[in-house]
Design a protein around this ligand. Structure first.
Ligand SMILES: Cc1cc2nc3c(=O)[nH]c(=O)nc-3n(C[C@H](O)[C@H](O)[C@H](O)COP(=O)(O)OP(=O)(O)OC[C@H]3O[C@@H](n4cnc5c(N)ncnc54)[C@H](O)[C@@H]3O)c2cc1C
Length: 408
């Protein structure tokens, strides 16, 4: 019996593998691709990791690519309008942006160098393959991402308010856009959002830019443009919808790094049932995007995957038997972390309610409120407690009260 089987080597599977290894639990990591193939592959996402995720990586002894040029301690929110609404804040713990094609192979190398067993399948296995692997293990954790073995984990309609994508996405790495170490969040009402961050990539530090286009709106063309037309299409849209980004784009140099540095598509926000009983008699537990896929609009998926992997590792290390009751209890603990992220992100896909608009207006005039608002991305449980409470926002905004920093 070879301990715990982990299927998938994204941030969720690797955080789990590294943590269990650190806690002395035997694991086998089943990967679709080896580290070199991941390094040479297509851009999978444009991920900014928050302080709590970086803390876990530090504790694992796997803090990589800490170049100050990709650590953002300032963030700016700009909302297009007449007049525009804008504020810049200091974030307590810098955001960190590293191309996953660098970060994930570094984690794989750490795991292998510390004696971890990696099995490369070369293909994305189906439920039958997971079942066969499960015969070798006491428990299988499926961390194989949003295109995972979904037949094992059906959609949980009660936790999934949407049945279709709420945004169309175009994420890319660009030359000719210079923001320094600022994280820039731009909203164009009715059109969508633009997020821009300096990211460590295979070509050094460049700008990662994610466009979130409301379906049928004016940003949609960039989510469908051929890669060699994306730069020109996007430049026109930035001028119209994100003028603060257009200001720092050099029209002569602005372009995608290359065809593999673009991701276009959409996700349907979905929470799945996290526990499957396999024909082998073993149990499979889903973590990360295999369990919860949120729209990237709040930048939380990788951060949540890392947090849930940590929770799962603590539960596993405490001991079995790893039966359905164990998996259900572990999933409940993970849902305490997953629920606020999911509720907040799903709410963010709709126009903001009046009390949130009041908070943003207050942030434009008060630095303490601006710092609070942009630090919410680092603390989703607090973010959702605040943003779902008109009373607490009124206390801060109308009463001039100090924000409560009762963070988790
Ligand atoms: C454009 C974009 C921007 C984003 N920005 C942010 C952000 O700023 N911050 C943030 O926190 N999150 C962000 N996210 C979300 C984040 O990328 C995901 O939530 C996170 O990467 C999911 O990690 P995971 O390990 O659960 O799954 P994945 O990263 O999908 O990893 C799954 C792994 O399993 C492998 N695999 C797939 N199927 C199988 C199989 N059947 N068997 C074995 N292996 C398999 C895959 O090859 C992959 O390596 C963004 C997402 C997108 C699309």
């Amino acid at each position: 019996m070879a301990g715990i089987g982990i299927v998938g080597a994204g941030i969720s599977g690797l955080t789990l593998a590294l943590r269990l290894q650190q806690l002395g639990v035997a694991t086998t990591l089943y990967c679709e691709n080896d580290a070199d193939t991941v390094r040479k592959g297509r851009l999978p996402a444009t991920v900014a990791r928050m302080g709590h995720t970086q803390d876990r990586e530090r504790e694992l002894g796997s803090a990589h690519y800490r170049d100050p040029g990709c650590l953002m301690s300032r963030a700016r929110l700009s909302i297009k309008g007449e007049p525009p609404l804008e504020f810049t804040a200091n974030v307590a713990q810098p955001f960190h942006a590293v191309d996953l094609r660098l970060l994930l192979p570094a984690f794989m190398d750490d795991y292998a160098a510390r004696g971890g067993e990696i099995v490369v399948s070369g293909t994305a296995p189906d439920a039958a393959q997971v079942d066969r692997w499960s015969a070798r293990h006491e428990l299988v954790v499926v961390a194989a991402g949003r295109r995972s073995v979904t037949e094992l984990f059906p959609r949980d309609a009660g936790r999934s308010p949407y049945d279709r994508p709420q945004r169309l996405l175009a994420a890319g790495l660009y030359r000719g856009l210079e923001l320094g170490t600022l994280f820039s969040y731009n909203i164009s009402g009715g059109a969508g959002e633009f997020f821009c961050a300096p990211m460590m990539t295979r070509e050094g530090i460049v700008s990662a830019l994610l466009v979130e286009a409301i379906p049928g709106g004016p940003l949609e063309p960039v989510t469908r443009a051929p890669w060699n037309e994306v730069g020109a299409t996007l430049l026109g849209l930035l001028r119209e919808h994100a003028p603060r980004l257009a200001e720092v784009a050099d029209p002569a140099a602005f372009e995608l790094l290359g065809p593999d540095d673009l991701l276009q598509g959409a996700v349907t926000p979905t929470v799945r049932r996290p526990v499957a009983e396999l024909p082998s008699g073993r149990v499979a537990l889903a973590v990360g995007d295999a369990w919860i896929v949120n729209d990237p609009i709040t930048g939380q998926g990788a951060n949540l995957g890392s947090r849930c992997a940590w929770i799962a590792a603590e539960a596993i290390a405490a001991g079995g038997p790893y039966d359905a009751a164990f998996a259900a209890a572990a999933a409940e603990r993970m849902w305490e972390a997953g629920r606020p992220v999911t509720d907040w992100t799903n709410a963010f896909l709709q126009p903001p309610p009046e009390h949130v608009v009041k908070l943003l207006v207050a942030a434009a005039g008060r630095q303490d409120v601006a710092d609070l608002v942009l630090s919410l991305f680092s603390d989703p449980p607090y973010a959702w407690r605040l943003l779902s409470s008109p009373e607490e926002i009124a206390r801060i905004v109308d009463g001039g009260g100090q924000p409560l920093y009762d963070r988790d």
